[in-house]
Design a protein around this ligand. Structure first.
Ligand SMILES: Cc1cc2nc3c(=O)[nH]c(=O)nc-3n(C[C@H](O)[C@H](O)[C@H](O)COP(=O)(O)OP(=O)(O)OC[C@H]3O[C@@H](n4cnc5c(N)ncnc54)[C@H](O)[C@@H]3O)c2cc1C
Length: 240
Protein backbone atom coordinates (compact mmCIF):
# COMPACT_ATOMS: atom_id res chain seq x y z
CA UNK A 1 0.00 0.00 0.00
CA UNK A 2 1.22 3.46 -0.74
CA UNK A 3 -0.68 4.99 2.15
CA UNK A 4 -3.30 6.68 -0.05
CA UNK A 5 -6.87 6.42 1.09
CA UNK A 6 -8.92 4.75 -1.62
CA UNK A 7 -11.59 7.07 -2.97
CA UNK A 8 -15.01 5.47 -2.64
CA UNK A 9 -16.64 5.24 -6.02
CA UNK A 10 -19.91 7.12 -5.98
CA UNK A 11 -23.00 6.68 -8.10
CA UNK A 12 -23.54 6.79 -11.04
CA UNK A 13 -22.15 3.57 -12.35
CA UNK A 14 -22.07 1.57 -9.19
CA UNK A 15 -24.87 -0.70 -8.07
CA UNK A 16 -26.23 0.03 -4.63
CA UNK A 17 -28.91 -1.44 -2.43
CA UNK A 18 -31.83 0.93 -1.95
CA UNK A 19 -34.56 0.50 0.65
CA UNK A 20 -38.21 1.04 -0.21
CA UNK A 21 -39.54 3.61 2.26
CA UNK A 22 -43.03 4.18 0.88
CA UNK A 23 -45.38 2.95 -1.81
CA UNK A 24 -48.26 5.01 -3.11
CA UNK A 25 -50.91 3.93 -5.58
CA UNK A 26 -51.34 6.60 -8.24
CA UNK A 27 -53.77 4.82 -10.57
CA UNK A 28 -55.02 1.23 -11.01
CA UNK A 29 -51.87 0.66 -13.11
CA UNK A 30 -49.25 2.95 -11.60
CA UNK A 31 -47.54 3.02 -8.22
CA UNK A 32 -44.88 5.39 -6.87
CA UNK A 33 -42.01 3.93 -4.88
CA UNK A 34 -39.79 6.06 -2.63
CA UNK A 35 -36.31 4.59 -2.27
CA UNK A 36 -33.65 5.58 0.26
CA UNK A 37 -30.17 5.37 -1.27
CA UNK A 38 -26.96 4.88 0.73
CA UNK A 39 -24.93 6.50 -2.08
CA UNK A 40 -27.49 9.12 -3.05
CA UNK A 41 -26.37 11.96 -5.26
CA UNK A 42 -28.46 14.77 -6.72
CA UNK A 43 -29.89 13.96 -10.15
CA UNK A 44 -30.83 16.33 -12.93
CA UNK A 45 -34.59 16.37 -13.56
CA UNK A 46 -35.20 13.97 -16.45
CA UNK A 47 -32.54 11.43 -15.49
CA UNK A 48 -33.28 7.78 -14.76
CA UNK A 49 -31.99 4.90 -12.69
CA UNK A 50 -31.47 1.31 -13.68
CA UNK A 51 -33.15 -1.28 -11.49
CA UNK A 52 -31.88 -4.88 -11.37
CA UNK A 53 -33.72 -7.93 -10.06
CA UNK A 54 -31.90 -11.19 -9.40
CA UNK A 55 -33.77 -14.49 -9.04
CA UNK A 56 -32.56 -17.22 -6.67
CA UNK A 57 -31.14 -19.12 -9.67
CA UNK A 58 -29.09 -16.10 -10.68
CA UNK A 59 -31.33 -14.96 -13.56
CA UNK A 60 -31.30 -11.19 -13.82
CA UNK A 61 -33.64 -8.63 -15.34
CA UNK A 62 -32.74 -4.96 -15.62
CA UNK A 63 -34.94 -2.00 -16.58
CA UNK A 64 -34.70 1.79 -16.54
CA UNK A 65 -37.04 4.01 -14.51
CA UNK A 66 -37.12 7.80 -14.56
CA UNK A 67 -36.82 9.74 -11.34
CA UNK A 68 -40.09 11.48 -10.54
CA UNK A 69 -38.87 13.49 -7.56
CA UNK A 70 -36.95 16.73 -7.28
CA UNK A 71 -33.22 16.46 -6.46
CA UNK A 72 -34.05 18.58 -3.40
CA UNK A 73 -35.38 15.38 -1.79
CA UNK A 74 -32.01 14.51 -0.35
CA UNK A 75 -31.14 10.86 0.22
CA UNK A 76 -34.04 9.44 -1.73
CA UNK A 77 -35.63 9.11 -5.14
CA UNK A 78 -39.16 8.41 -6.27
CA UNK A 79 -39.85 6.03 -9.16
CA UNK A 80 -43.33 5.66 -10.66
CA UNK A 81 -43.90 2.35 -12.35
CA UNK A 82 -46.67 1.46 -14.78
CA UNK A 83 -47.70 -2.19 -14.53
CA UNK A 84 -47.51 -4.07 -17.82
CA UNK A 85 -49.59 -7.22 -17.46
CA UNK A 86 -47.19 -9.40 -19.42
CA UNK A 87 -44.02 -7.73 -18.15
CA UNK A 88 -41.23 -9.12 -16.01
CA UNK A 89 -40.08 -6.26 -13.81
CA UNK A 90 -43.07 -3.92 -13.48
CA UNK A 91 -45.48 -6.63 -12.16
CA UNK A 92 -42.82 -7.64 -9.65
CA UNK A 93 -42.77 -4.12 -8.25
CA UNK A 94 -46.55 -3.95 -8.15
CA UNK A 95 -47.32 -7.39 -6.79
CA UNK A 96 -44.30 -8.34 -4.66
CA UNK A 97 -42.36 -5.32 -3.40
CA UNK A 98 -43.40 -3.94 0.01
CA UNK A 99 -42.09 -1.16 2.24
CA UNK A 100 -38.78 -2.18 3.80
CA UNK A 101 -37.70 -4.31 0.83
CA UNK A 102 -34.28 -3.78 -0.65
CA UNK A 103 -33.76 -3.35 -4.39
CA UNK A 104 -30.63 -2.94 -6.46
CA UNK A 105 -30.34 0.35 -8.35
CA UNK A 106 -27.71 2.25 -10.30
CA UNK A 107 -27.73 5.84 -11.49
CA UNK A 108 -28.53 8.60 -12.16
CA UNK A 109 -28.03 8.36 -15.94
CA UNK A 110 -28.64 10.47 -19.06
CA UNK A 111 -27.19 13.76 -20.11
CA UNK A 112 -29.52 14.58 -23.01
CA UNK A 113 -33.06 14.28 -21.63
CA UNK A 114 -32.40 16.60 -18.71
CA UNK A 115 -33.64 20.01 -17.77
CA UNK A 116 -30.83 22.34 -16.74
CA UNK A 117 -32.87 25.50 -16.23
CA UNK A 118 -33.61 26.40 -19.87
CA UNK A 119 -36.70 28.54 -20.42
CA UNK A 120 -39.39 28.67 -21.56
CA UNK A 121 -40.10 24.95 -21.40
CA UNK A 122 -42.90 22.88 -22.82
CA UNK A 123 -43.33 19.37 -21.41
CA UNK A 124 -45.36 16.90 -23.45
CA UNK A 125 -46.13 13.55 -21.83
CA UNK A 126 -48.19 10.52 -22.75
CA UNK A 127 -49.21 7.99 -20.08
CA UNK A 128 -46.29 7.07 -17.81
CA UNK A 129 -44.13 9.36 -19.95
CA UNK A 130 -45.19 12.05 -17.50
CA UNK A 131 -42.78 10.66 -14.88
CA UNK A 132 -39.51 12.47 -15.82
CA UNK A 133 -41.55 15.54 -16.74
CA UNK A 134 -42.99 15.60 -13.22
CA UNK A 135 -39.43 15.72 -11.85
CA UNK A 136 -38.89 18.85 -13.95
CA UNK A 137 -42.21 20.38 -12.91
CA UNK A 138 -41.72 19.61 -9.22
CA UNK A 139 -38.19 20.98 -9.25
CA UNK A 140 -39.22 24.13 -11.06
CA UNK A 141 -42.12 24.68 -8.63
CA UNK A 142 -39.73 24.42 -5.67
CA UNK A 143 -36.84 26.44 -7.08
CA UNK A 144 -38.01 28.82 -9.81
CA UNK A 145 -41.82 28.98 -9.69
CA UNK A 146 -41.86 32.00 -12.00
CA UNK A 147 -39.97 30.22 -14.76
CA UNK A 148 -42.31 29.54 -17.69
CA UNK A 149 -42.90 25.79 -17.84
CA UNK A 150 -46.07 24.12 -19.07
CA UNK A 151 -47.06 20.48 -19.08
CA UNK A 152 -49.37 18.99 -21.69
CA UNK A 153 -50.38 15.52 -20.55
CA UNK A 154 -52.27 12.96 -22.57
CA UNK A 155 -53.99 10.01 -20.89
CA UNK A 156 -56.56 7.52 -22.11
CA UNK A 157 -59.15 8.19 -19.38
CA UNK A 158 -59.63 9.71 -15.93
CA UNK A 159 -58.46 6.50 -14.24
CA UNK A 160 -55.04 6.86 -15.88
CA UNK A 161 -54.09 10.28 -14.49
CA UNK A 162 -50.83 9.89 -12.55
CA UNK A 163 -50.08 12.66 -9.98
CA UNK A 164 -53.70 13.82 -10.26
CA UNK A 165 -53.43 15.80 -7.02
CA UNK A 166 -50.46 17.76 -8.32
CA UNK A 167 -51.73 18.97 -11.67
CA UNK A 168 -52.11 22.70 -11.23
CA UNK A 169 -52.65 25.61 -13.58
CA UNK A 170 -49.30 24.89 -15.22
CA UNK A 171 -50.59 21.54 -16.48
CA UNK A 172 -53.18 20.85 -19.20
CA UNK A 173 -54.62 17.40 -19.58
CA UNK A 174 -56.36 15.74 -22.48
CA UNK A 175 -58.28 12.47 -22.48
CA UNK A 176 -57.50 10.66 -25.70
CA UNK A 177 -60.10 7.87 -25.36
CA UNK A 178 -62.71 8.74 -22.76
CA UNK A 179 -63.17 12.11 -21.07
CA UNK A 180 -64.83 12.06 -17.63
CA UNK A 181 -68.52 13.07 -17.47
CA UNK A 182 -68.93 16.83 -17.53
CA UNK A 183 -65.38 17.46 -18.71
CA UNK A 184 -65.19 20.80 -20.52
CA UNK A 185 -61.48 20.77 -21.24
CA UNK A 186 -59.67 19.25 -24.17
CA UNK A 187 -60.47 15.73 -25.32
CA UNK A 188 -58.79 13.64 -27.99
CA UNK A 189 -55.16 13.60 -28.96
CA UNK A 190 -52.82 16.51 -28.38
CA UNK A 191 -53.24 19.00 -31.18
CA UNK A 192 -52.29 22.54 -32.20
CA UNK A 193 -55.25 24.27 -30.46
CA UNK A 194 -54.36 22.54 -27.16
CA UNK A 195 -50.78 23.79 -27.43
CA UNK A 196 -52.02 27.32 -28.12
CA UNK A 197 -54.48 27.16 -25.20
CA UNK A 198 -51.64 26.41 -22.78
CA UNK A 199 -49.86 29.64 -23.70
CA UNK A 200 -47.59 27.68 -25.97
CA UNK A 201 -44.61 29.46 -27.46
CA UNK A 202 -41.68 28.00 -29.34
CA UNK A 203 -39.45 26.76 -26.59
CA UNK A 204 -37.30 23.94 -25.42
CA UNK A 205 -39.59 20.93 -25.47
CA UNK A 206 -39.30 17.64 -23.64
CA UNK A 207 -41.43 14.84 -25.06
CA UNK A 208 -41.82 11.49 -23.33
CA UNK A 209 -44.02 8.45 -23.80
CA UNK A 210 -44.39 5.43 -26.06
CA UNK A 211 -42.72 5.40 -29.47
CA UNK A 212 -45.99 6.26 -31.21
CA UNK A 213 -46.75 9.11 -28.83
CA UNK A 214 -43.28 10.61 -29.18
CA UNK A 215 -43.43 10.43 -33.00
CA UNK A 216 -46.83 12.12 -33.13
CA UNK A 217 -46.05 14.81 -30.54
CA UNK A 218 -42.71 15.64 -32.11
CA UNK A 219 -44.36 16.03 -35.52
CA UNK A 220 -46.89 18.40 -34.01
CA UNK A 221 -44.22 20.52 -32.34
CA UNK A 222 -42.28 20.80 -35.60
CA UNK A 223 -45.48 21.85 -37.42
CA UNK A 224 -45.98 24.52 -34.77
CA UNK A 225 -42.57 26.03 -35.25
CA UNK A 226 -40.38 24.45 -32.59
CA UNK A 227 -36.83 24.09 -33.88
CA UNK A 228 -35.76 20.43 -34.24
CA UNK A 229 -32.71 20.99 -32.05
CA UNK A 230 -34.93 22.33 -29.24
CA UNK A 231 -36.93 19.10 -28.99
CA UNK A 232 -35.64 16.38 -26.66
CA UNK A 233 -37.32 13.02 -26.60
CA UNK A 234 -37.41 9.96 -24.35
CA UNK A 235 -39.11 6.72 -25.44
CA UNK A 236 -40.28 4.26 -22.82
CA UNK A 237 -41.44 1.27 -24.78
CA UNK A 238 -41.60 -0.58 -28.05
CA UNK A 239 -45.29 -0.13 -28.74
CA UNK A 240 -47.37 2.80 -29.95
C1 LIG B 1 -34.93 5.80 -20.05
C2 LIG B 1 -36.18 5.03 -19.69
C3 LIG B 1 -36.96 5.46 -18.63
C4 LIG B 1 -38.12 4.75 -18.28
N1 LIG B 1 -38.88 5.21 -17.25
C5 LIG B 1 -40.03 4.57 -16.91
C6 LIG B 1 -40.85 5.06 -15.86
O1 LIG B 1 -40.58 6.09 -15.23
N2 LIG B 1 -41.98 4.34 -15.54
C7 LIG B 1 -42.32 3.19 -16.23
O2 LIG B 1 -43.35 2.59 -15.89
N3 LIG B 1 -41.56 2.72 -17.23
C8 LIG B 1 -40.42 3.36 -17.58
N4 LIG B 1 -39.63 2.87 -18.58
C9 LIG B 1 -39.98 1.56 -19.19
C10 LIG B 1 -39.33 0.45 -18.35
O3 LIG B 1 -37.92 0.51 -18.46
C11 LIG B 1 -39.76 -0.94 -18.78
O4 LIG B 1 -39.56 -1.08 -20.16
C12 LIG B 1 -41.19 -1.27 -18.44
O5 LIG B 1 -41.44 -1.16 -17.03
C13 LIG B 1 -41.55 -2.71 -18.89
O6 LIG B 1 -40.73 -3.61 -18.20
P1 LIG B 1 -41.30 -5.07 -17.83
O7 LIG B 1 -40.12 -5.88 -17.40
O8 LIG B 1 -42.44 -4.95 -16.90
O9 LIG B 1 -41.86 -5.58 -19.21
P2 LIG B 1 -41.08 -6.47 -20.29
O10 LIG B 1 -40.96 -7.86 -19.78
O11 LIG B 1 -39.82 -5.74 -20.68
O12 LIG B 1 -42.06 -6.37 -21.52
C14 LIG B 1 -43.34 -7.03 -21.53
C15 LIG B 1 -44.08 -6.69 -22.80
O13 LIG B 1 -44.41 -5.30 -22.86
C16 LIG B 1 -43.77 -4.65 -23.96
N5 LIG B 1 -43.27 -3.39 -23.38
C17 LIG B 1 -42.10 -3.19 -22.77
N6 LIG B 1 -42.01 -1.91 -22.32
C18 LIG B 1 -43.16 -1.31 -22.67
C19 LIG B 1 -43.70 -0.02 -22.47
N7 LIG B 1 -43.04 0.94 -21.80
N8 LIG B 1 -44.94 0.24 -22.96
C20 LIG B 1 -45.65 -0.71 -23.61
N9 LIG B 1 -45.21 -1.96 -23.82
C21 LIG B 1 -43.97 -2.26 -23.37
C22 LIG B 1 -42.71 -5.59 -24.42
O14 LIG B 1 -42.47 -5.51 -25.82
C23 LIG B 1 -43.30 -6.95 -24.06
O15 LIG B 1 -44.24 -7.37 -25.04
C24 LIG B 1 -38.48 3.59 -18.98
C25 LIG B 1 -37.69 3.16 -20.07
C26 LIG B 1 -36.56 3.86 -20.41
C27 LIG B 1 -35.73 3.38 -21.57
Amino acid sequence: MDGLTPVAQRAPGRWQIATVTSIERETPRAKSFRLALPMWMPHLPGQHYDVRLTAPDGYRAQRSYSVASSPLDEGEIELTIDRLADGEVSPYFHDVVVVGDRVEVRGPFASYFVWRGEEPVLLVGGGSGVVPLMAMLRHRRRTMPELPMRLVYSVHSAADVIYAGELEADAAITFSREAPPGWTGHAGRIDGPLLVATGFEPATAFVCGSNGFVEAATGLLLENGVEPDRIRTERFGPTG
